[in-house]
Every structure is written in structure tokens, then in C-alpha cells.
Design a protein around this ligand. Structure first.
Ligand code: ADP
Ligand code: MG
Length: 570
């Protein structure tokens, strides 16, 4: 008999209690030695565990959960290869500025450098992607290090944090309740917020008041900051047109009369004063340079990260602070902007109408039995999907780019795509993460066949976890474009198969059925419509609709504004 007293807890339970104290509701990951006990303790503590098939998707799920919930998404993995797979999610969170914490098992502390099971210097491996990466020095330090990881991921510009969990800490038998209680860390409070410098604010107000063609750009930082109410007030009070970035869509409804998404190129060219709200002057906004932007444009940038402001344009006027607060400061100091040139807003609005009509027309082409293309498939889908309570996930180069203008979004944080990293393969992780966050909405993933293939096995995860995802694979047999059966066979025999080719008519729908979900293969408008109605009615089931479209892929886009955009990317 030990004189130390009975074992009352374990390191694994201590970790679970710490996560529970941090408000964690869902844990995404894959178990294995030495983290099975951690996952089991978390489940016993009332945390939902979603067990994936590859850590990459688990980390993507945690990444999007961080964006949606405004608290760090949490991923649990084994060491070594598990960590390397999960790095994808850390990078994705870093690049998109979302909070995430990765917790991974590692070898016993007295086995470091001995060639232990799955041994890797994980703290160093994760460090380049993280704001904070640490191995607790002792079991007593674990709650503090986890609290610090949560705080660092969340405060300032959100990002990634890593905590190493040595196997001997996880398994440690705890006998002393007093010590156990005394080391617990309390929940990280919401991030502190600050307002902009008053003199910068005055300068911004003066610039906006004098603007002849102002433009407000609403980015995903504004969506993350939950600043929809404040931004709507600013737009309505000033009368300035606004343009959402791809994931800024929905912060204000796309149907708002001042939304100029469908006249994007014209708006960029004409704007003389641009207010960036949680959006960076990176590739998505053409670095803020001409010819896409007017050469004399002035940028005002609201951001929480001072080092971001001035990136690519060091003449940018900074409004450093939290978007909710800074936008309110601006709204208080501004009235209706009455220097706006006559014709600027009406010109944009009429361009929006004309382009919207072109898009509408493009979706009506062809007979009901005709082979589908992106436009006709999207139009069919859009006309059937309900307007409310849908969360869109979108990836795949053409599927995402062309789809963006077909699906209007009316609420913030309801459209998730490949983001700043243009990361293909996020779709299944995002859909699973989003369905966990929004249990009463239907997550509809509209994805390319190549993008879906990155993590199609996560269908089993969704089905086992009873997540009724609706996945629509826009299948053109390839990356960007593919070949039809005959062309494919001829190229295969002659050894000239393009690197962009995937097998023709792969039955993605049957992967769903094989895992216990539902699946449909559809080839025209009528079949697509029927399958979609059935899938919407199957409210509790994971569904895959495999939509064969013309493999020639990029059917010629007949609206010039989109073509110009593609050309400018060359
Ligand atoms: P998009 O891709 O939509 O252009 P980005 O991810 O490039 O958006 O930019 C988002 C920006 O928002 C980042 O620079 C980030 O620092 C900033 N941001 C995030 N949260 C806040 C906040 N609460 N207040 C101010 N800025 C924020
Ligand atoms: Mg494809």
C-alpha cells in the first residue's frame, strides 16, 4: 500500500478540466498513444469529441470553429506525423488571422532525444506558424501554459498556439486535491479592445468628407469582429457604397442597395478614398496598386495589427484598434457624405444591375436535358436552396470563383471559402466544424471534384458524428478542367494524360453511400433539381450530390468584368 494516498485524478483529467474551464465545447482530432486518455477525459467532462480520419481536416475544422465562435478552435493529435499533418491547420489559422490551439501528445520527458516513439521537437516544428508554442515544464504548469496558449491565440491579431503534452504528464496519477485545485487556471476573458488615435480619426473623417467616390471594403476581419451592426450604421449614415471581400460577404446583406460586389472592377477603378475594414491589401485586393485601383486612391485602414497597416501602401492612414469601436467612432463623427460626385453611386448601381442580369441569363442557357456547366448548375441550386439558415462552404478554383457571384449571402459568417491561403482541401474540415457550430442550420458545401478529393474520407467522420452535411461536388473530371471519357482513354493510352486530369465520372456519391450516407449522380438540370430536393428533405443525413458538368470546365465566361479579373491574375 502506498503511503501517498489514493489516486484521485490524472494528468489527462487535469488537461480536460483546464479545457472545460476555458469554455471548450468541441474538440477536433484523432486519438492514438498517448492522447486517448485526454480525449476520453474530455468526453467525460462534457466536451464533444469529433474523431477525424486525418489530422489535416481536424485542424481545418478547429481553424474554422475559431473564426465562427470567436474563441480558439481546439485540435488534439498524437505526436510526430500527427503534428506534421495538423500543421496545415495552424498555417491556415495564421494566414487567415483566426484563433486555434493545437494540443499534441509527445514522448515521456525522460525520453527526449532517445529516438522515442513518434518523437519530434514539436515545439520547434510548430513555432513558425504560432504566436506561442510551448512544452509545460512540469505537470503543475499545464493549466497555465494552456491558458496562455488560449490567451495568445485570441488577443491582438488572432492566430495559432501550440501546447506539447508529454506522455508522462498525461498518465501522471494525481493524489493531492489541494494542489490540483490551486493550479487551475480560469477562463481567458474576451480580448481587450482599443479605439483609434483621435488625430488619425480626424484625418480619416476629413478624407471621407471630401471624398468624391468613397468605397468601404468589408473584409473577413469585420466578420470575425462581429461588427455587422456598427458597419451597417456607418454605411447607412454616410451613404457610401461598400464592397465585401469573398469572406466579408454577408457582414452586410448582398442585397443591400449600396453593395457593389457585381461592379467590383468599376468600384476599384473609380474609388478615390477607400476605408478598409478588416481587409488586407494582399493579393485578394490586388495589393492596393494600379491598374486595378485608381493611381491616386487614398486608403484608410482599420486593423488591430499595427504592422499590417501600410503593407504594400505605406501612405495608408492607420485607424488602429478594434473594428466595432473604431467604426462607431467614425459613425459618430460623420454625417451623410455630400461631396460624392453625382453619377458615382448611380453608375455603380446600374453596372451592378447589368452584371447581375448577365449572370442571371447565363444560368438559363440550354435545355433541361443539356449537359450542365457552372452557371446552369449554380442557378439550379440557387433556385432551390432556401434563403435562410444555409451555411455555404466553397472551394475548388472555378467552383469557388464562379460560384461567388451566384450565391447571395444575407448574414455574417455564413460563407466559408479557401481564404487568404487559397487553401484547397479545407472543405470537409470546414463543413464539419461549421455544422458543429451551427447545429440548426444546414451546411451546404459546393466544391470542385479535385478539392473534395483532398479529404473525401471525412465523409465517414460526418456520418458517424451525425452531421447532416449537404455536399455538392461540381465534377468536371479534373483540376480547373478535365477530359471526357473518350479523350481520357486516348490520352491515357498515348501517355499524354494532362497533369490536371482526374478519372472521368468518379462516383463520389458512392463514397457517401459506402459510409452510410446518401448519394446521387446527376447530369442535367432536372436530375440536379430532384436530387437537391430529396437531399434537403433528408434533414438528418449526410448527402453527396455528384454533379457532372462539361469537363471542358471553364466554359467561356461571357461577362467581361470576370474575364478582366482573370486576366489581371496572369
Ligand atoms: P479579407 O481576406 O477579407 O480581405 P483579411 O484576412 O485579409 O480579410 O484581413 C482581416 C484583417 O482583420 C487582419 O489584418 C486582422 O488583423 C484584422 N482583424 C481581425 N480582427 C480584428 C478586430 N477585432 N479589429 C480590427 N481588426 C481585426
Ligand atoms: Mg474540377
Amino acid at each position: 500500500m502506498s503511503t501517498l494516498g489514493p489516486v484521485i485524478s490524472s494528468g489527462a483529467e487535469l488537461i480536460a478540466t483546464t479545457l472545460k474551464n476555458q469554455g471548450v465545447e468541441v474538440l477536433f482530432g484523432i486519438v492514438g498513444i498517448p492522447v486517448v486518455e485526454v480525449a476520453e477525459a474530455c468526453v467525460a467532462a462534457g466536451i464533444r469529441f469529433i474523431g477525424f480520419r486525418n489530422e489535416q481536416s481536424a485542424a481545418y475544422a478547429a481553424s474554422i470553429y475559431g473564426y465562427l465562435s470567436g474563441r480558439p478552435g481546439v485540435c488534439l493529435s498524437v505526436g510526430g506525423p500527427g503534428v506534421v499533418h495538423a500543421l496545415a491547420g495552424l498555417l491556415n489559422s495564421k494566414i487567415n488571422c483566426w484563433p486555434i490551439v493545437l494540443l499534441s501528445g509527445s514522448c515521456d520527458t525522460d525520453q527526449v532525444d532517445t529516438g522515442a516513439f513518434q518523437e519530434l521537437d514539436q515545439v520547434e516544428v510548430c513555432r513558425p506558424y504560432c504566436k506561442y508554442a510551448a512544452r509545460p515544464a512540469s505537470l503543475e504548469q499545464v493549466p497555465f501554459v494552456i491558458e496562455k496558449a488560449f490567451r495568445t491565440a485570441l488577443y491582438g491579431r488572432p492566430g495559432a498556439a501550440y501546447v506539447d503534452l508529454p506522455a508522462d504528464f498525461i498518465q501522471y496519477p494525481i493524489r493531492n486535491k489541494q494542489v490540483l485545485d490551486s493550479i487551475q487556471a480560469s477562463k481567458v476573458p474576451s480580448a481587450p479592445k482599443s479605439m483609434a488615435n483621435p488625430s488619425d480619426l480626424n484625418e480619416a473623417v476629413a478624407l471621407l468628407k471630401n471624398a468624391k467616390s468613397p468605397l468601404i471594403v468589408v473584409g473577413k476581419g469585420a466578420a470575425y469582429a462581429r461588427a455587422e451592426k456598427e458597419i451597417l450604421q456607418l454605411v447607412e449614415k454616410t451613404g457610401s457604397p461598400f464592397l465585401p471581400t469573398p469572406m466579408g460577404k454577408g457582414v452586410l446583406p448582398d442585397s443591400h442597395p449600396l453593395c457593389v460586389s457585381a461592379a467590383r472592377s468599376k468600384a476599384l477603378k473609380e474609388a478615390d478614398v477607400v476605408l478598409l475594414i478588416g481587409a488586407r491589401l494582399n493579393w485578394i485586393l490586388h495589393f492596393g496598386h494600379s491598374p486595378r485601383w485608381n493611381s491616386t486612391v487614398r486608403f484608410i485602414q482599420i486593423d488591430i495589427a499595427p504592422e499590417e497597416i501600410g503593407n504594400n501602401r505605406n501612405d495608408t492612414l492607420p485607424l488602429l484598434g478594434d473594428i466595432q469601436l473604431v467604426v462607431s467612432q467614425l459613425t459618430q463623427s460623420l454625417e451623410k457624405l455630400n461631396n460624392i460626385s453625382s453619377g458615382y453611386v448611380t453608375g455603380l448601381v446600374s453596372k451592378v444591375k447589368a452584371n447581375a442580369e448577365k449572370i442571371r441569363q447565363s444560368g438559363l442557357k440550354g435545355s433541361d436535358e443539356a449537359v450542365l456547366n457552372y452557371q446552369t448548375a449554380f442557378t439550379t441550386i440557387k433556385n432551390i436552396l432556401p434563403e435562410k439558415d444555409i451555411v455555404y462552404v466553397s472551394e475548388g478554383a472555378n467552383t469557388m470563383d464562379i460560384g461567388r457571384s451566384f450565391f447571395d449571402v444575407s448574414e455574417p459568417r455564413q460563407r466559408l471559402d479557401a481564404g487568404t491561403g487559397a487553401t484547397m482541401g479545407v472543405g470537409m474540415g470546414y463543413a464539419i466544424g461549421a455544422q458543429c457550430y451551427y447545429p440548426t442550420k444546414r451546411v451546404v458545401s459546393i466544391v470542385g471534384d479535385s478539392a473534395f478529393g483532398f479529404s473525401a474520407m471525412e465523409l465517414e467522420t460526418a456520418i458517424r458524428s451525425q452531421l447532416p452535411l449537404l455536399i455538392i461536388v461540381i465534377n468536371n473530371n479534373g483540376i480547373y478542367h478535365g477530359l471526357d471519357d473518350d479523350e481520357y482513354e486516348a490520352s491515357r493510352i498515348s501517355g499524354t494524360l494532362p497533369t490536371t486530369s482526374l478519372s472521368p465520372e468518379t462516383r463520389y456519391d458512392m463514397i457517401s453511400e459506402a459510409c452510410g450516407g446518401k448519394g446521387w449522380l446527376v447530369k442535367n438540370r432536372v436530375q440536379l433539381g430532384n436530387a437537391l430536393k430529396d437531399a434537403l428533405a433528408a434533414k438528418d443525413q449526410t448527402c453527396v450530390i455528384n454533379v457532372m458538368i462539361a469537363p471542358g470546365g471553364r466554359t467561356k465566361l461571357d461577362f467581361a468584368w470576370m474575364q478582366n479579373e482573370k486576366k489581371a491574375k496572369l
